[in-house]
Design a protein around this ligand. Structure first.
Ligand SMILES: [Zn+2]
Ligand SMILES: [Zn+2]
Length: 295
């Protein structure tokens, strides 16, 4: 559970042997044993958040059984580990429902949970940054079929966010030339220089930190997600994807950094070229992609 620098490549690596014990349920279509389904008997001490309609929960967040980091203050203070909390946010009680089936209202409830958990995790004193991410389907890194996102708080700022902050300070953050959607709070666009072909970014227009999102903005974001995932399924089919939310860490000043969500349809796979060069070939026909997403 410690961040180290690899002596060969200089890349930073989080060492964590317990993550290897995770089980995948993609081979089994049955969901009797799914730990995210409502009928699963789970110890309530792991429950961190729940939104209910009458007697039934619609979203809930639980401790991740295989956390990337652990919250042990003593060991953190002795310098033995890096500190963090890791939760799984279950986005629907329905086992097979996913973002391609979600309504605008379903997304709204997901973002309401995101905000609650983001605020709770970012408040801890020793926390430097918090990330929310989602893997959909096995080839995008998911180990469970049941729709969920994850939230991870960290006692350090991860390299990707550090790099983005630096770019924002150079004034070159987020190219919005290829806009596909806009309302009073958000802009959604396809970056022509994206590392991943087909990546989309949904960015707040004026707010640096995610926790300031309002109920009205959660509704707007629900509309944007509904629109975008409808388009992804029309253009690429029901393909695996990743999303991740970047927000300015609490003790960092960067006026030009605005919180945003990356949506990455996983059209291609990584191979020796990408691993060996640290490069990724973006093969997107940007003008035609923008036209298709705008329609
Ligand atoms: Zn399930
Ligand atoms: Zn980002």
């Amino acid at each position: 559970m410690k961040l180290i620098v690899n002596k060969h490549t200089g890349r930073r690596v989080l060492i964590n042997p317990i993550r290897d014990l995770r089980k995948s349920d993609f081979s089994a279509m049955e969901h009797d044993e799914c730990p995210f389904c409502p009928n699963y008997q789970r110890n309530e001490k792991y429950l961190r958040y729940e939104e209910k309609i009458i007697d039934h929960w619609i979203t809930r967040s639980i401790d991740n059984k295989f956390p990337a980091l652990i919250c042990d203050h003593d060991r953190h203070q002795r310098g033995e580990i890096d500190y963090g909390r890791h939760e799984v946010m279950i986005e629907t009680p329905e086992h097979f429902k996913n973002y391609y089936d979600f309504s605008e209202e379903d997304f709204f409830h997901v973002f309401r949970m995101y905000k609650n958990r983001y605020m709770a995790l970012t408040q801890e004193e020793c926390i430097a940054s918090v990330i929310i991410y989602k893997n959909h389907m096995k080839s995008a890194g998911a180990s469970k079929v049941h729709s969920h996102s994850q939230i991870l708080s960290m006692s350090f700022i991860p390299p990707e966010i550090e790099k983005e902050i630096k770019m924002s300070q150079l004034g070159s953050f987020s190219s919005e030339q290829y806009k596909i959607y806009e309302d009073e709070s958000f802009i959604a666009f396809i970056p022509p220089d994206a590392f991943f072909s087909g990546e989309l970014i949904i960015r707040h227009k004026s707010s640096t930190q995610f926790q300031s999102i309002t109920e009205q903005e959660m509704k707007q974001l629900g509309t944007i997600f509904y629109h975008i995932f409808g388009k992804i399924s029309q253009i690429y089919g029901f393909i695996p994807f990743n999303t991740y939310l970047h927000s300015l860490p609490k003790d960092v000043c960067a006026d030009e950094y605005y919180w945003h969500i990356h949506v990455i349809p996983r059209k291609g796979k990584f191979g020796g070229f990408e691993l060996g060069t640290g490069l990724y070939i973006n093969s997107l026909d940007i003008d035609s992609a923008v036209k298709k997403f705008k329609k």
